[in-house]
Design a protein around this ligand. Sequence first.
Ligand SMILES: CC(C)(COP(=O)(O)OP(=O)(O)OC[C@H]1O[C@@H](n2cnc3c(N)ncnc32)[C@H](O)[C@@H]1OP(=O)(O)O)[C@@H](O)C(=O)NCCC(=O)NCCS
Length: 414
Amino acid sequence: MEQALKGIKILDMTHVQSGPTCTQLLAWFGADVIKVERPGGGDATRGQLRDLPDVDSLYFTMLNHNKRSITLNTKSEAGKKIFSKLVAHCDALVENFAPGALDRMGFSWAQIQRINPRIVYASIKGFGPGPYEDCKVYENVAQCTGGSASTTGVIDGFPMVTGAQIGDSGTGLHLALGIVTALYQRTVSGKGQRVECAMQDGVLNLCRVKLRDQQRLKNGPLKEYPQFPNGEFGNAVPRAGNASGGGQPGWIVRCKDWENDPDSYIYVIAQEGAFPGLANAIGHDDWLNDPEWNTPEARLPKLDEMFSEIERWTLTKTKFEVMDILNRLNVPCGPILSMEELANEKSLRETGTVVEVDHPERGKYLTVGNPIKLSDSYVDVSRSPLLGEHTDEILSELGLDIEEIRQAKEHGAV
Ligand SMILES: CC(C)(COP(=O)(O)OP(=O)(O)OC[C@H]1O[C@@H](n2cnc3c(N)ncnc32)[C@H](O)[C@@H]1OP(=O)(O)O)[C@@H](O)C(=O)NCCC(=O)NCCS
């Protein structure tokens, strides 16, 4: 079976998390991803959050599978010549440096196009054009500036960041789509183009429903929010705790042994069509003929009470028992799965979503494989490269002979 992006060469100037997640996806689909790293330390994440001395961290290994690594000082004259060859050789250049870094190296978009008019030049920055365009940005800054933090958290509490890396990995995913779209357009236009994704924009795109609610707020209270009917709404979309955010009420309720297990909870959605089954299951068939309970409108002002009654029942069962019973009744629900449970989940191993990888220095470790499944393009998750592991091989593919490679090393370019 062929791989979807076989033959596509990616010049990967990415570091930390956002850019590497993008190029890792492209590598999983079969692109040849050449990761350019500074001689010496390389991508800073190789050394960050290390759990084993002198071994590439899981932070790095889990973001850089299926890539090759070349060390190259792109600020030295000899390094710039090699970099120009890489630009000519590749289909896309991907970077997520601080704003202007590539221009400061002498590689503006105009210069890159002169070298290779077919190249797609893709970048992640914290912000698009505007007052903050020069700022450096990390994950939580993007979550805060993209609308996620202001709309996440308990009702009267602080704004809250989420564990899902929507700023970094989310924007990497957006950028990957931009790159394959630009490569597709190139098949018609014959030309490359610039692809830019700002992390603020990526997070805001994922918070689309909250901008929806901001506009609904002008026309009355947000009735599905826990603030309704007793609390006050201000001018902006409030934090909504664990309310579902869609048209169907939902909440997290405790399950058996919650006192000892911090993840013994389940999310239950009291969807209108499945409500009779839910009411029966929790021993409240009296609700079905009671006008105080038997319509969504009647239940809306007393969702607290409804979820307390559901919880009285879930407290007698494990989250998996609740999942089994309610799913048979078509009640959407989801147990709160811990990372430990996910790591050991058999079905995720079988689909390749959780994969065990072998690394020459660290040994075996678990990673999240490609979550996007194509029926005609296989993914074989292979380990991340050691720093500069493929330097000689890549230089010779660029046409450098043994003597030229020796000189590049002597000049400290690689
Ligand atoms: C993530 C971020 C905050 C890190 O900042 P940082 O550690 O200071 O790193 P920078 O991107 O500024 O790069 C540092 C320098 O290394 C240089 N460098 C990187 N690779 C190099 C190489 N192979 N050879 C020579 N120099 C290199 C860069 O050119 C830059 O030099 P300059 O400051 O003189 O222009 C910043 O890169 C950023 O804001 N990126 C965009 C948003 C983003 O992706 N954030 C999420 C990260 S998960």
